[in-house]
Design a protein around this ligand. Structure first.
Ligand code: 13P
Ligand code: ZN
Length: 270
């Protein structure tokens, strides 16, 4: 059996969480990440018959039965993950229609997965229906996106168009746009269901006055989505109070679509 701390998915997640912390997106225990793992790549590092304990999920997700997830722990600080991955992270297998999670590794102090597990698992289901290669769900609290939800209308078309107008490459990185949920109580099945519904049409979902969710095929892609949207929000927050003299026109957006071979979300451009 190979050493689990040397597994590429653990190394990459630890590096990503550290980077997220360094970007200021994850104060204290803010944020959570889950990664769908392959049984084959896991088997080389873990005895999959050795269940440490079983944790109730509090929801059903029959589509995910038998799937394995590497996930951050609730109350854990991203800044600390690099020093103690086995305490701050866990690997679970969902069983009994997703109502139970078998802990196979991690959460060594008796902890459990993030309180946002419902939003993560329901988002995986929704994204994998659209793109079967989708494997990562990431949540964090980037300051400028959050700030924007206080001063910008939450209308999804308007919010998306503003972000697209802030940097030339936004429309290339997230042509599907950004969906937005109004403020809701976090850590509940309700916000999980609402997030998953929004994930049917976009890989980015803003939680007003809270943060953002991203979904993608790997950690780099998902991190890059949030990074790009947050950069755009930063520019918006720098200029929103100033007279705006120039912008990126819809005609220019159409040129970008053609040049980069992307298709902007239907109805979002004139
Ligand atoms: P957890 O510590 O439970 O992951 O919660 C952090 C968070 O960002 C809640 O939205
Ligand atoms: Zn949060």
């Amino acid at each position: 059996m190979k050493e689990i701390l040397q597994a590429p998915y653990i190394i990459e997640l630890v590096r990503t969480l550290t980077n997220m912390y360094q970007h200021g997106w994850d104060e204290r225990n803010g944020g959570n990440v889950s990664v769908l793992l392959d049984e084959a790549e896991l088997k080389e590092y873990l005895d999959l018959t050795n269940v440490i304990r079983t944790i109730h999920t509090g929801f059903a997700a029959p589509e995910l039965e038998g799937n394995y997830f590497l996930v951050t722990g609730t109350g854990k600080y991203f800044k600390n993950v690099q020093y103690d991955p086995a305490n701050n992270l866990g690997i679970v297998r969902l069983t009994e229609k997703g109502t139970r999670a078998e802990l196979l590794w991690g959460f060594t102090d008796g902890g459990r997965f993030t309180s946002e597990f419902p939003a993560h698992m329901m988002s995986h289901v929704a994204r994998r229906r659209v793109d079967p290669a989708s494997r990562v769900v990431m949540h964090c609290h980037p300051a400028n996106l959050l700030a924007m939800t206080y001063v910008h209308e939450l209308d999804e078309v308007k919010f998306t168009r503003t972000l697209w107008q802030m940097c030339t490459e936004c429309i290339v990185v997230f042509p599907d746009g950004v969906n937005v949920l109004p403020w809701m109580l976090c850590g509940t099945n309700e916000i999980g269901e609402a997030t998953a519904k929004k994930m049917e049409t976009a890989r980015l979902v803003v939680w007003a006055q809270h943060g953002i969710y991203g979904a993608g095929r790997d950690l780099d892609e998902t991190f890059g989505l949030i990074e790009t949207a947050e950069k755009a929000a930063e520019i918006y927050m720098k200029i929103a109070h100033l007279p705006i003299l120039n912008t990126i026109s819809d005609a220019a957006m159409h040129q970008l679509e053609q040049h980069f071979g992307v298709k902007a979300r239907d109805g979002y451009l004139q």
